[in-house]
Design a protein around this ligand. Structure first.
Ligand code: PLP
Length: 386
């Protein structure tokens, strides 16, 4: 077996990356000061139409800072999805708060109906705070993940959270470029609908800076606080006076140089992702028992990750993954549920059902923007021949 290796999701650096990174090196601005960092913040702000943006080291640190600025402390609880990458949940523990795990709907994203049910039946609303009846913690915030570039049902989630005074942090690490094309939030980008939004530029995301992240918000004061905290909370330019415990969560100019070049190609990447998605979808629909999962209606997705549903297929998830691996095609199962992981198995969860089904049946298939139409055809014909 010596067919070409097809990775799951790898960077595409064929634009101005080398040029801008070289410029950063030639000018010797390689660290946390330098013009590309500010430029990247400005370009993200303009692209997603937020009030501003704060560059940070990665998506995880962006979520951590968002929780602090949202006022979440070790007295509080935060509602989180169970079907996600664990970095969406760990920051809740960094601030000493308790996660409460929620199920997903058909979109893989947090189920707004169960969210409302949980708030109504498992909590008490007292003096403007929603209190979980079992842990007695105040539910200060929710982390909503826009899974695989899909959009969570923000209309419904916003209405529930508005009613119960819950701050919304959108983990849009996988969904840069996704926006509503219909409804109340028509034209609004994933990450700009709640109180905070966080993007990631990790190597496997739709654009990459090697490692990097960005916090956005529509509240300038929150952004100023976030900037302050990511830059060591220095309150005086000369004398090293710091007014609280800050963090060194800054992005470097080298990373931002890469990011500027990637941003120039973002819309092209989305076009390629969409083309390949449609090609896969059509071809896979002809294979008995397999289908490619759709994105939510009424949105323009960034088509970041493709999800194959193997529920009715002749092979089990693991067998499909191993067979493809033997054929040099890299795939992966959807994440193990977070509420079942070692660090979280004693945390509270509410009626997790749908997420378990997805865990059994969903496999992600190659989706890099380097993938040509013939690569897609090779993946599909390999599956056909299993
Ligand atoms: C990638 C990712 C993160 C973390 O981003 P990093 O930049 O890798 O820290 C958080 N949540 C989700 C859902 C992700 O996919």
């Amino acid at each position: 077996m010596n067919q070409k290796f097809i990775p799951l999701s790898v960077p595409n650096l064929k634009g101005n990356e080398l040029k801008y990174v070289s410029h950063a090196i030639q000018t010797e601005w390689v660290s946390t000061a330098g013009p590309y960092v500010e430029q990247m913040e400005k370009e993200i702000t303009d692209y997603v139409k937020s009030a501003g943006a704060v560059a940070c080291q990665n998506g995880t640190s962006g979520l951590h800072i968002s929780l602090i600025v949202a006022g979440v402390t070790n007295q509080d609880a935060v509602i989180v999805p169970t079907l996600t990458f664990i970095a969406a949940v760990n920051p809740v523990k960094y601030v000493g708060a308790e996660p409460i795990f929620m199920d997903c709907d058909e979109s893989f994203c947090l189920d707004p109906i169960k969210l409302e049910k949980y708030c109504e039946t498992e909590c008490e609303f007292r003096n403007g705070s929603l209190i979980d009846k079992v842990t007695h913690k105040v539910i200060k915030a929710i982390i909503v993940v826009h899974v695989f570039g899909n959009m969570a049902d923000m209309e419904k989630i916003k209405s529930v959270c508005g009613k119960y005074n819950i701050k919304i942090i959108e983990d849009a690490t996988e969904a840069l470029g996704t926006y509503y094309t219909q409804g109340t939030y028509k034209g609004k980008f994933a990450g700009t609908i709640g109180d905070f939004g966080v993007y990631s530029f990790n190597g496997n995301k739709i654009i990459t800076t090697g490692g990097g992240g960005m916090i956005v918000s529509n509240d300038k004061e929150n952004l100023a606080k976030a900037k302050h905290l990511t830059t060591q909370a220095k309150s005086d330019d000369l004398n090293f006076i710091h007014d609280e415990v800050g963090y060194n969560y800054r992005m470097t100019n080298l990373q931002a140089a890469l990011g500027i070049a990637q941003l120039e190609q973002l819309e092209t990447f989305i076009e390629i992702k969409e083309r390949n998605y449609r090609l896969y979808k059509e071809k896979i629909s002809k294979i008995d028992g397999l289908k490619l999962v759709s994105f939510r209606k009424g949105i323009r997705s960034n088509f970041w990750f493709y999800s194959l549903d193997v529920q009715d297929y002749k092979l089990k998830k693991e067998d499909l993954i191993h067979s493809l691996q033997k054929n040099r095609i890299q795939t992966r199962p959807i994440w193990g549920l977070i509420n079942e992981q070692k660090s979280y198995k004693y945390s509270r969860s509410f009626r997790i059902e749908k997420a378990k089904e997805f865990w059994r049946n969903i496999v992600n298939i190659p989706c890099s923007t380097n993938l040509s139409e013939s690569d897609v055809e090779l993946v599909v014909s390999t599956i056909k021949n299993l």
